[in-house]
Write a protein that binds this ligand. Structure first.
Ligand code: PMP
Ligand code: GLN
Length: 379
């Protein structure tokens, strides 16, 4: 058959995780915690299952979870959301992103995508007949060059895809970034999808600035979040979309035919767990310790890096060490050294090779130490 996504193969995350497992390597490739979630969460799920909460949840999410998401948003960002009309629970941020793009992108619409970007954005745009317009981020920190954004905006621009903290670079948007975006979209018919799945993982006192915090952005943005990252449960695939009522209405039209609703007992458990804010407010410290441990060890390797600002990924450059492509090196490190990583060329539209690898440090300290020990042997 003629493929609707002719240039898409199996994702790099699947490929590298499988290679890591086949080689018995330490897997710092795919972004998922290498440790278990709080056992309290598991008990809460079983409690709700035993209480018989095992049938379809309401399409938009169980009310108590939507309320708790609104409470969290108020506490963290001082923004009031109506949990009935502005919060929708979905099966992971991947669904939120796909549903938001599908709700608004029509044939021929242009969508601005920063380059590099997380892998699920471009296919969602293309399957809806949209045209990705790539704006390269600035090396080495992958910050936004706003002159380039300005040049990319046209009459046909329908949507801008934002991701802060950024995967794969960890770049965290500044208030200047937010204010410039405001200037560019104010009084224009441009909407925004803001992927904020690493909202609670920022370092060195940086604060994640949600696009919700600016009124001009709030009225045109779908903010996508995920409990997978925040509560160490990537396998649960529960996420959410925050958007003003008119956008939420359109979003739910798509969500109801994609999955209709998400796992009921998991939603009740997450609602209970959210009622203690320390469960997410402690996350920056928790991950900063891991980032620092990993970066300290990296200093004894020949890789070059600057510590990630946010997310649970650390990029390293090997430009001074090898001529190999990042993919070749990622495979060789997995096979010969026993540490798996992600070649970041996969996140670029043109698969450009910057000789950078991405390591996930959301792993047990013992695994990070063992991986560093191996990486230090790499010449
Ligand atoms: N966006 C980004 C930037 C991600 O890194 C990920 C996955 N780690 C997702 C979205 C998908 O999140 P989920 O697993 O909740 O679908
Ligand atoms: N977001 C994760 C990463 O960047 C991967 C999730 C997936 O495998 N789809 O590694």
């Amino acid at each position: 058959i003629s493929s609707k996504l002719p240039n898409v193969g199996t994702t790099i995350f699947t490929t590298m995780s499988k290679l890591a497992s086949d080689c018995g390597a330490i897997n710092l490739s795919q972004g998922f915690p290498g440790f278990d979630c709080d056992p309290v969460l598991v008990e809460l799920v079983t409690k709700h299952m035993k209480a018989g909460l095992n049938q379809y949840a309401p399409m938009s999410g169980v009310p108590i979870l939507r309320e708790q998401i609104a409470v969290k948003t108020k506490l963290v960002h001082s923004v009031d959301l109506n949990s009935e009309t502005e919060v929708t629970v979905v099966s992971g941020a991947t669904e939120a992103i796909y549903a938001a793009v599908t709700a608004v992108v029509k044939q021929g619409d242009e969508v601005i995508l920063f380059d590099p970007a997380y892998d699920c954005y471009a296919p969602a745009i293309e399957l809806n007949g949209g045209k990705p317009v790539y704006v390269p981020l600035e090396t080495p920190d992958f910050s936004v060059n706003w002159d380039k954004v300005k040049a990319a905006i046209s009459e046909k621009t329908r949507l801008i895809m934002v991701n802060t903290p950024h995967n794969p670079s960890g770049y965290v948007w500044t208030s200047e970034d937010i204010n410039t975006l405001v200037e560019f979209v104010e009084n224009k018919d441009i909407l925004i999808v803001s992927d904020e799945v690493y909202e609670h993982i920022t370092f060195d006192g940086r604060k994640h600035l949600s696009l919700l915090t600016h009124l001009v952005l709030r009225e045109r943005t779908f903010v996508c979040g995920s409990f997978g990252k925040t509560f160490h449960v990537t396998g649960w695939k529960i996420g959410y979309c925050l958007a003003p009522p008119k956008l939420t209405e359109e979003f739910r039209k798509i969500h109801q035919f994609l999955t209709f609703s998400s796992a009921t007992p998991l939603q009740y458990a997450l609602a209970d767990y959210l009622s203690d804010p320390s469960h997410y407010l402690t996350l920056p410290d928790f991950y900063q310790k891991k980032r620092d441990l990993f970066c300290e060890g990296l200093k004894n390797t020949r890789f070059e890096f600057s510590p990630a600002q946010g997310s649970f990924f650390q990029m390293v450059s090997y430009a001074n060490l090898s001529e190999e492509s990042d993919y070749e090196l990622a495979v060789r490190l997995t096979k010969e050294i026993g540490v798996a990583s992600i070649p970041i060329s996969v996140f670029f539209s043109n698969k450009k090779d910057y000789k950078i690898l991405r390591f996930c440090f959301a792993k047990k300290d013992s695994d990070l130490i063992a991986a560093l020990d191996k990486l230090q042997r790499f010449e």
